[in-house]
Write a protein that binds this ligand. Sequence first.
Ligand code: BTN
Length: 259
Amino acid sequence: MAQTISSGEPKWLYHFDTLESTNNYAMRLIDDGMAQHGQGIWADRQLKGKGQRGNTWQDHPGNLKFSLIVVPAKSLQTPFRLSMLVAATLVQYLRIILPVNCQIAVKWPNDLYVNDKKACGLLIENVFRGAQWAFAVIGIGLNVNQTEFSGDLRQKATSMSLASGSRSFDLLEIITDLRHGILNKFLAAETLNNELLLRDYNRFLYKRNCPVAFRERLSGRLFEADVAGVDEDGRLLLRLPGGLQSFAYGSLEWLLQED
Ligand code: BTN
């Protein structure tokens, strides 16, 4: 895990050639009392990249593996609000960077979809000290310069490069822009009404008002419903024959055609 020291890189960034996981490194900095708001950790390669629900995150050298340490603003109140803030920042960023005909959306709760395929996964880990939400580590796995996916992923995954006719992107520029976007939204969250976050997140929600097939993880029940939105507790609202029903994070699996 040699740290890459390059004169052009900012002081807030720890850049490594190889790490097990940028999120784990950030957590270690927090445990050792060395963490600061706005510090970033970037690895060219991750040996044990972590995904949602204990999954592994596959590594590709052209993609971004980055973690940002933040001290959550009091006004954010809940981890889901932070997750909405980060997802909205990413959608807004990709909408600026990628061609206008790309469809970019947040697949509840934490995936970014470009043209109906996954381009980015977020893993946000929180550190509470007593009742105090002391730190959050925002882990971003963004497919940037990968142009070929093998096996299953061919149908399910895409990258910024694929979405933009094989353009190649500078990872440090992306890191700098995303950090700036997230930290700015943090400042805004101090003063702005939190409802705006929810409004943005819902505006960007994947398959909103469209029918989707789901599997309920606990019961195995299969059903189809229209995606109506997400509520302020981060629950997915689905339109079912009996009316709106809300589902907690992790309780549903999306059964998409591409899957
Ligand atoms: C997902 O399952 O979709 C979330 C994937 C998150 C991957 C990123 S890569 C940078 C950071 N470090 C990790 O070990 N995981 C996150």
